[in-house]
Design a protein around this ligand. Structure first.
Ligand SMILES: Nc1ncnc2c1ncn2[C@@H]1O[C@H](COP(=O)(O)OP(=O)(O)OP(=O)(O)O)[C@@H](O)[C@H]1O
Length: 327
């Protein structure tokens, strides 16, 4: 697989203007992105995602570290490197609001160096793909938020950049438009072999369209793995155990020592234990604890986990395998 972007030991601090307090926003982040991949860059609020994205697209200068885009070192050959990157950042749609949809596309196509005829065919294709053909003569400021977002992505496509950075591409969109944007992004990657990096808080979007995720927390990478691997990894280990009666105090204490993040609920007839196992043979440790008071096990079910739950477990550190690496 060909690496299209490599971020190596990036660091960035901010100094708060009033208090002069130094904030370490990014603290040695490294990851690679392959050509044709959709990568999710995730993290809780304040994790350092926006700072990382801004450094990759040249809006912020790192304090330290390297960014290599399509083999070009961004620090040494800035303009050449940045030619391979387009970004659609939230709240900054890079569009001319008083121009129509078509005029915007034609304006941005001007930098491409293609002939008018070639450009017209590409623009037409994008208008159809993004379902904007009927609105081609509408002024941008009269479009819905979803349409503006689609146009911003279409404009980014026109730049012919290898890598497209999208910050919250579905934020504030209605369900249907959000779904449409997801399908368009998947199609872009397939058809044009572009690479997309998405930062989003919407884990459904990430689970649906990203092949791999880099999760950052407090300025560091905590997980770098394929979405499919993470789902498998966590699915195997999550169990809901129904017990025939309540646990006694000794059992509860042992449970807390062995499985600090379990969830135990009880009523007079039954109790339930939700538990994540770091290794499958840890189930025997659980059985040993249950045997102490001959607690009957009525059912053991594997819990299905979605990506949102996995993300929460990783960022809260509720897993002994927080740092997983892409194979
Ligand atoms: N201009 C700035 N001046 C001072 N501190 C900043 C500045 N921009 C960001 N920070 C701080 O740097 C840290 C990382 O912020 P960043 O915006 O990169 O996080 P994020 O992961 O994008 O968060 P969110 O999901 O909330 O957008 C946070 O602690 C934030 O408060």
């Amino acid at each position: 697989m060909e690496t299209i972007l490599e971020v190596n030991q990036l660091r960035k601090t901010y100094k708060k203007r009033k208090t002069k307090e130094v904030v370490q926003a990014v603290n040695g982040i490294s990851f690679k992105v392959n050509r044709g991949e959709i990568l999710g860059l995730l993290g809780p609020n304040g994790a350092g995602k926006t700072t990382t994205i801004k450094m990759i697209c040249g809006l912020l200068t790192p304090d330290d570290g390297a960014i290599v885009i399509n083999g070009v070192d961004q620090h040494k050959k800035r303009l050449k490197a940045l030619r391979h990157i387009s970004a659609v950042l939230e709240g900054n749609r890079n569009l001319y609001w008083r121009l129509s949809v078509l005029e915007n596309l034609e304006y941005f196509a001007g930098n491409r160096g293609s002939s008018r005829k070639e450009v017209a065919a590409i623009i037409d294709d994008l208008l159809i793909k993004f379902k904007l053909k009927e609105k081609e003569n509408e002024l941008v400021n009269r479009l819905s938020r979803g349409m503006q977002q689609k146009l911003a992505i279409a404009v980014a496509m026109l730049a012919e950049s290898e890598v497209i950075l999208l910050d919250e591409p579905t934020l504030g969109l209605d369900v249907e438009t959000g779904y449409e944007v997801r399908e368009i992004l998947k199609a872009i990657v397939r058809q044009y072999n572009r690479t997309i990096i998405i930062s989003s808080h919407d884990m459904d979007v990430i689970q649906d369209i990203c092949e791999r995720t880099v999760i950052i927390n407090q300025g560091n990478v905590v997980t770098d793995d394929r979405v499919e691997n993470l789902l498998k990894l966590f699915e195997v280990r999550s169990y809901a155990v129904t017990l025939g009666n309540q646990l006694d105090e000794q059992q509860k204490q042992l449970l807390t020592e062995k499985f600090p993040f379990h969830l135990y609920t009880e009523d007079s007839l039954q109790s339930t234990l939700e538990i994540d196992l770091a290794k499958s043979d840890e189930i025997y440790d659980l059985f040993d604890i249950l045997k102490l008071a001959s607690t009957p096990v009525e059912a053991i079910d594997r819990k299905s986990v979605n990506f949102e739950q996995i993300f929460m477990k990783i960022v809260k550190g509720e897993t002994s395998h927080a740092l997983t690496q892409s194979s």
